[in-house]
Ligand binder design. Structure first.
Ligand code: F6R
Length: 263
């Protein structure tokens, strides 16, 4: 796993956005895997700004969101479809038919989850997958003990995730306890993974992801099995890493080799 130590949250967002924009310029029909939550908001703002400046078009991009709550209507203020519309899609020239979310309404969910996976394959696979990380190590809504080979399916959310989500719901509102999420196997199939972690609450999770054992009890550790993952961390999220000087040196040296056209 490559560790990118950013100066702060803004710098991390700028670095992630720059990678996505570079990939998009190289491949205008890029297939993007997208995350929600507070972490990617700065990245999405930068993508919208780049589009507004006329630097990039999303007209041929295909997107697949990681997850969505079961039975939460698309227009609910807390649905991930609302989140994506507000933070990214409404500012872009992305055709609505190119946007995909896991199936969360109606019957026959398992078959439709398989269709979601098949649609990803039909589009050529995910080129760049954006990820955040939960305090309990979840990626997408793959909670602890998720199979490392899992595919898109219904997941029961843990108490910890429910606590973390409670802040978005008013008193008397019942936050959803089930979600449909891409599996860890689905995420590992992406060609490149960009994970962002910001703030002191993520420090322990980052340490377990980067330096801990690979375990379904800490799903993000499965990213150690992927060939091309970069974790973009602010100083607080990186604060518990034990080999931080080595990561800084490695990144600087790799960048030098890239600039020289040798990597
Ligand atoms: C969101 C998702 C989650 C979040 C994670 C971190 O689509 O899949 O795994 O990335 O819960 O959330 P934030 O960014 O709000 O700390």
């Amino acid at each position: 796993m490559e560790i990118a130590l950013a100066r702060n949250a803004e710098d991390a967002a700028a670095q992630v956005a720059d990678v996505i924009l570079a990939r998009l310029k190289a491949k205008p029909d890029l297939v993007l895997g997208l995350a929600t939550g507070s972490t990617p908001i700065g990245v999405y703002r930068r993508l919208r700004d780049a589009h507004a400046r006329g630097e990039v078009s999303f007209a041929r991009v295909r997107t697949f969101n990681l997850d969505e709550y079961l039975d939460l209507p698309a227009d609910h203020p807390q649905s991930y479809r609302t989140f994506m519309r507000e933070h990214l899609f409404q500012g872009l020239d992305l055709p609505p038919e190119n946007v995909h979310f896991p199936p969360t309404e109606g019957r026959d969910l398992l078959r439709r989850c398989e269709e979601y996976e098949a649609r990803i394959v039909e589009c050529g696979g995910i080129d760049v997958q954006l990820l955040g990380i939960g305090r309990n190590g979840h990626i997408g809504f793959n909670e602890p003990t998720s199979s490392l080979a899992s595919r898109t399916r219904v997941k029961t959310l843990t108490e910890r995730t429910l606590e973390d989500n409670a802040r978005f719901y008013g008193p008397g509102e019942r936050p959803p306890v089930l979600a449909v999420t891409m599996g860890i196997g689905t995420i590992l199939d992406a060609r490149e993974v960009l994970l962002q972690a910001i703030g002191p609450k993520k420090a322990q999770a980052v340490r377990s992801m980067v330096e801990g054992p690979v375990s379904s009890f800490f799903p993000a550790s499965a990213l150690q099995l992927h060939r091309r993952v970069t974790a973009y961390l602010d100083p607080e999220a990186a604060s518990l890493l034990t080999m931080i000087a080595y990561y800084r040196r490695t990144r600087a040296q790799d960048e030098e080799l890239r600039r020289a056209g040798r990597l």
